[in-house]
Design a protein around this ligand. Structure first.
Ligand SMILES: NC(=O)C1=CN([C@@H]2O[C@H](COP(=O)(O)OP(=O)(O)OC[C@H]3O[C@@H](n4cnc5c(N)ncnc54)[C@H](O)[C@@H]3O)[C@@H](O)[C@H]2O)[C@@H](O)CC1
Ligand SMILES: [K+]
Length: 526
């Protein structure tokens, strides 16, 4: 799913009205009806007090449309205009007139000196105060109104975006923003809903299709994409009947040290399970027996040292190398890495201590082949790019870093972000059960194993992160967050692939109804 910028939404808005030969007021009506339908479907006429708070711009205009339709359908509605400015938009004014023609209960104007209306905990708030047009911090009294919403504990539905929130910046204070239970966004979700600093402002979100021009939606390139099944399906490479293990490449995993051989085993097993034709592990001598006995499919090359890697030399020709898991940061290992990188031309995926060693000697970054994949967790990322002010600053720094060294950075987190230069891919799979030892090693193996099979490094990163998260989502169903381990995630990688081609199950009620119809037909024909 494309995530459009504010500028692109405004452009799409204008272009849609022009191409469909409708006015912006008609488009606002369409958007408002969508929100009304969403509510009506769930409320079925229930007489719960609904408080609709409207600003004076187009977000407020949306609120007025919703209020009007709710009133027309007999709901218990209180409409307010939050009068933070006198500059009303044209479409706001149109809808202000319309609501006045609909009901004798005209919207209540709320200004800085007015008391706020009483809101009960079982009431509903519709927040249409600010949309994406917010361009400066809201006045103190408006912020107090937002606090009034929060204190009421009423279910809060935000229109387009929680008021006070920006799509591309972290607010100076958490209190400056409406804390929504649910947000209904027009045509596109927002990057801010996926970042730790700002995701908290809405518990859930949904996108409403308000019928933007199809051509505009298809042709417009976005700086951010949300990756789900629909986005990864075209990446998948079906297997040819006449393929053989040579077709799917040879993944080499370089890593492990005394006490951390498990990391190399997890990465190697993952590379094979995701479909690499052959997997070799390059480990210190102490890794030989554990790998040979626990993972018979792997081939092994041992370093001349017993406990750590000191000299990366091999005679095989791997398709791709996954480097760094459990590798340690011994001086000899750092030197071996430097020597290795000066001659290496094979595509690389670098994780964990591999990243830590690069952070200690940033000159090595220039030696990495183009589109090398780095998979840091937050602390490793900080060592690599320095501290950041907030999530948006972090993304800016990562983009600059990616551009400077021509690297792909996979920022691991609740929503893992894959960054290549100015483009960000947000992953939608995965769960808190992944916060457990070794899952990072599995991800390294998965991405390495995909590159081995012929996926380019970017496709392998985006697809690998998706499959890794999906596998965890499948594994967790039988285990729960606490008991799931990295090994379970490897064991369900196959299910993650199979899930790509599963059709969604029909809703239960419909299926039962059809079953009922069939029985009825049978008894009639008897
Ligand atoms: N045709 C439609 O009905 C559509 C409506 N949309 C709605 O339009 C919204 C954007 O509307 P607007 O651009 O009018 O902007 P908003 O309604 O978000 O903001 C209202 C106006 O207040 C002013 N303002 C901003 N920050 C302020 C502050 N802190 N204190 C006082 N005044 C401030 C700005 O001049 C802005 O134009 C979207 O969020 C969405 O809800 C579009 O997104 C999609 C199409
Ligand atoms: K809003």
């Amino acid at each position: 799913m494309k995530i459009f910028s504010d500028k692109q939404i405004y452009e799409g808005d204008k272009l849609t009205a022009k191409k469909q030969n409708i006015t912006s007021t008609e488009l606002m009506e369409r958007a408002g009806i969508q929100i009304f339908n969403w509510l009506h479907l769930r409320m079925q006429g229930a007489q719960v007090p609904i408080h609709v708070f409207c600003g004076i711009g187009n977000n407020g205009g949306n609120g007025l449309v919703v209020a009007r339709h709710l009133i027309n359908h007999g709901y218990h509605v209180n409409t307010y205009v939050v009068n933070f400015s006198d500059k009303r938009t044209r479409d706001f004014l149109c809808n202000y007139d319309l609501i006045k023609q609909t009901t004798k209960k005209w919207p209540t104007l709320i200004g800085p000196d007015d008391d706020f209306p009483e809101i009960g905990p079982d009431d509903i708030i519709i927040d249409a105060v600010f949309g994406i047009g917010l361009n400066r911090p809201a006045d103190d009294w408006v912020v107090n109104l937002f606090q009034h919403f929060k204190v009421s504990k009423a279910f809060t539905l935000s229109v387009d975006i929680p008021s006070g929130m920006k799509t591309d910046a972290v607010p100076a204070d958490d209190n400056n923003v409406v804390w929504a239970n649910h947000t209904l966004s027009f045509q596109s979700t927002k990057l801010a809903f996926f970042l730790p600093d700002t995701a908290k402002f809405t518990e859930q979100w949904e996108v409403l299709d308000i019928g933007f021009d199809r051509e505009y939606l298809i042709k417009t390139q976005t700086a951010v994409d949300l990756i789900g099944k629909q986005e990864v399906l075209p990446i998948y490479k079906p297997r040819d009947k006449f393929s053989h293990k040579g077709t799917f490449g040879h993944a080499l995993i370089i890593g492990g040290s005394y006490g951390k051989i498990g990391a190399a085993i997890l990465a190697s097993r993952s590379a094979l399970s995701i479909g690499a034709g052959l997997v070799t592990a390059f480990v210190p001598k102490c890794g030989y027996i554990p790998i040979q006995s626990s993972f018979p499919e792997a081939m092994i090359i041992t370093d001349e040292q017993e406990e750590w890697i000191s000299n990366i030399q091999f005679t095989i020709t791997p398709t791709v190398i996954g480097l760094g898991v459990g590798m340690g940061t011994e001086k000899a290992t750092a030197e071996a890495l430097q020597v290795f990188l000066t001659t290496n031309k094979t595509p690389l995926v670098i994780d964990a201590d591999g990243i830590n060693l690069l952070s200690k000697n940033k000159d090595l970054l220039k030696l990495l082949p183009q589109n090398t994949v780095l998979t840091p967790h937050p602390k490793e990322l900080e060592r690599l790019i320095g501290v950041w002010k907030d999530d948006f600053d972090k993304l800016k720094k990562v983009k600059a870093f990616s551009k400077k060294y021509h690297l792909i950075v996979v920022i691991k987190g609740a929503y893992t972000l894959t960054v290549l230069e100015d483009k960000i891919y947000i992953n939608s799979t995965g769960n808190p059960g992944l916060a457990t030892a070794g899952t990072g090693d599995v991800l390294t193996g998965v991405i390495t194993g995909l590159i081995a099979q012929g996926y380019d490094s970017l496709a392998a990163s985006v697809f690998g992160v998706y499959l890794h998260g999906k596998s965890a989502d499948i594994a967790v169903q039988g285990l729960g967050y606490e008991a799931m381990t990295a090994t379970h995630v490897i064991d369900t990688l196959g299910d993650a692939y199979l899930n790509l081609f599963e059709q969604p199950e029909p809703p239960k009620v419909e299926a039962e109804e059809k079953e009922g119809e069939k029985k009825e037909k049978k008894s009639k024909t008897k």
